[in-house]
Design a protein around this ligand. Sequence first.
Ligand SMILES: [Zn+2]
Length: 271
Amino acid sequence: MVLNSNSSNKKGEDNNQEGIIYNYEKRKEYILIGIVFAVLAALSVAYLIMIQFGLFQFYLPFSDNEYDGKEFEGYSGRDVILVCCSWGEELADGELTYFIGENIIKQGGNGNGEKVESGSIKAINRAIQDWDSKIERLTFTETSERQNADIEFYVREGRNERAGVTKNYYDYYGFITKSYVMISDGAFGFGFSDGQIEHIAKHEFGHVLGLGHANFDTLMAAQVNRGSGTVSDCEIDAVYKANEWWFEKSTDGRLLYIRHPNTEHVECSAM
Ligand SMILES: [Zn+2]
């Protein structure tokens, strides 16, 4: 900009020497404009790459179900995962079935027929299979019949900070009978990578299995993207505690009667 005022001063002077200097200054000005455009172009490309690969998404606070800090009162200084609920008779055979919706859920129900990317479906399957391998005695089986599924997964258009939502339904006695999981395909205008979808699906599946949130950075951390993307021993323990009636079979192998969890949390500090 200094160059600009400099050159404009010389504009009116009719002198060869000055004219050469003027042309020279003008060329410098063009080069400068060129550099500015090159920098802007590079920044735009970098921005697009960051959106595509989600490089700075992890600094944004993704959450799922409404987080209430009060639920962790009394646990200060201890790492805990809250235990919510137990599955009912659907768990009796040790198998839960799940269905993954193939169309993206949009606000207002528009956009029928837009398919969920196959990478996202694979990511959700990977998340469930990871849980399956870690909770050895339970089996999670995919079904194409939505009506018969114990758990239904859907991918919805991401709108805000909600990375996912799990809604459990309960029978008269308060035992889980059915779970609905919604996973956003993005948040804050960014699309989630398959790795992030897998992480979110894994976290939501923890809620499906009866877990609440954790008060430290682990898979069940309330701020989903602060936690680790792997199922820890403490989360496995919490699933055992949530569905204790099923995991603690009597010595002759008969199932105990269905009952609620004996505890509201598991301690993770020692694990
Ligand atoms: Zn959650």
